[in-house]
Design a protein around this ligand. Sequence first.
Ligand SMILES: NC(=O)C1=CN([C@@H]2O[C@H](COP(=O)(O)OP(=O)(O)OC[C@H]3O[C@@H](n4cnc5c(N)ncnc54)[C@H](OP(=O)(O)O)[C@@H]3O)[C@@H](O)[C@H]2O)[C@@H](O)CC1
Ligand SMILES: [K+]
Length: 505
Amino acid sequence: MKIFTAAQIHELDNYTIEHEPVKSIDLMERAAKALTRAIMDEWTDRTPVVVFAGPGNNGGDALAVARMLAENHYQVSVYLFNIHDKLSEDCAANKERLVYAKKVSHFTEITLNFDPPELTPETLVVDGLFGSGINKPLSGGFASLVRYINQSPAKVVSIDMPSGLMCEDNTYNVRQNIIRADLTLTLQQKKLSMMLTDCQQYLGRLRVLDIRLSPDYIRDTEVSCRIQEETDLIPCVRHRGDFVHKGTMGHALIIAGSYGMSGAAILATRACLRSGAGKVTVHTPKRNYGIMQVAVPEAVLQMDREETYFSDSVESQDYDALAIGPGLGQSENSAIALIGQIRRTQCPIVVDADGLNMLANHQAWMQQLPLGIIMTPHPKEFDRLVGVTSSSDYERLTKARQLAEHLQGYVLLKGHYSALCKPDGHIVFNSTGNSGMATAGSGDVLTGIIAGLLARGYDQATACQLGMYLHGLAGDLAVRDLGKESLIASDIINYLPKAFLRLED
Ligand SMILES: NC(=O)C1=CN([C@@H]2O[C@H](COP(=O)(O)OP(=O)(O)OC[C@H]3O[C@@H](n4cnc5c(N)ncnc54)[C@H](OP(=O)(O)O)[C@@H]3O)[C@@H](O)[C@H]2O)[C@@H](O)CC1
Ligand SMILES: [K+]
């Protein structure tokens, strides 16, 4: 699914009106029908409904929904905020229709003062104050109203967007003045902010309603952000020939695990083996020998000369991919070995965890990273890497995009929806995964998967996209059987085969 900017959403709206063609008011009626249906799916006609409508088209939608719910025998009270005596054309038309229909039990147009109605636990609030046309944080009376709604025990359904939330950048927004919805019914496409971790709290459950906006515009318009779905990935999956052998299926090198952190090496290696690589070699400190041998008998072990930490870079010409970092520790010796390893490696590289932390500690080395490098930071690792703490996920994403462009590499920012920032400035959000995967070792598994896919011959972009999809899908399949609370990183590895099968089917 493409993610359009607020400006493109506006264009899409106009393009649909002009080319379908459809009258603007009829398009609003279509949207309102879809919204009403979605509300009626969840709340019966015994639910008292309070509709708050703003002066723009989001308010127009809300007024049309109010009329339709009332026609379906709901008790509906409507408050239209028209403090500047200026309604959008379609909002004004829907006000007329509402008044003319005489179906709602109460209608107030607020021009000056407003006494908010009582909102009980049984009440359903329809939030139609502001949608994609919001252009600054809410303040004054609107801010007070939002706080009143948020503090009430009522359920809230937001039309298109929780009012107060911007489509993209919420860095300087006033967070307590944004509606916290129980359900957000967004029209046609998800907006960028809906993919960011720090905006999830406003959305509640999110449903996307198809209101048949121009498929031509949707198909032909260039975007820089998209959400990847299964149908995007199925064509990318490679199928094994019948006559392959392990030597032709790729050889991955994993450099991971200091003494006491062998688990990270084990998880990355097992995930790598499960992701199609023909052979996996693990380079790890001597003292990990016994445990690695037992835990991953399928891997080739290559012992560092040091007992407890990674100390020396290794020849890498025989490998098709390198993953470096999980559980590696951050000693100065390991850091020097890390940059030495990165410098001498010719194959694709994925750097994670302590590998990233060591780069963060040696900022000058960032200039020496090879083109096409893959980094898989979680938000804290990313902040360390760029040397500043971001105050919003939008800001962090913007910096990740800049870093990918600057390095001409790939930054896979892990989060509620992980985001892959590509060298050309494009961002791909992942759509699989769940909160059960917020558990130690989950990141090591992702690193191993990406290394396995790289070794198997996928290019960097595909390995990252397919890797994050499979990782999340394995987690989703695991949760179905095991639940979120008990999920551990090994479960993700154990469900990788099922995830592959689903994509191969
Ligand atoms: N996409 C589609 O195809 C379809 C979209 N549809 C619907 O249209 C919605 C977008 O409508 P929209 O463009 O009229 O914007 P909307 O969100 O109602 O707000 C604009 C009004 O708010 C005002 N205003 C802004 N910020 C403010 C603030 N902080 N504090 C106070 N006021 C503020 C602004 O005033 P201005 O700044 O312009 O003076 C203006 O009056 C979209 O979300 C969806 O619900 C469907 O009907 C059909 C198909
Ligand atoms: K809204």
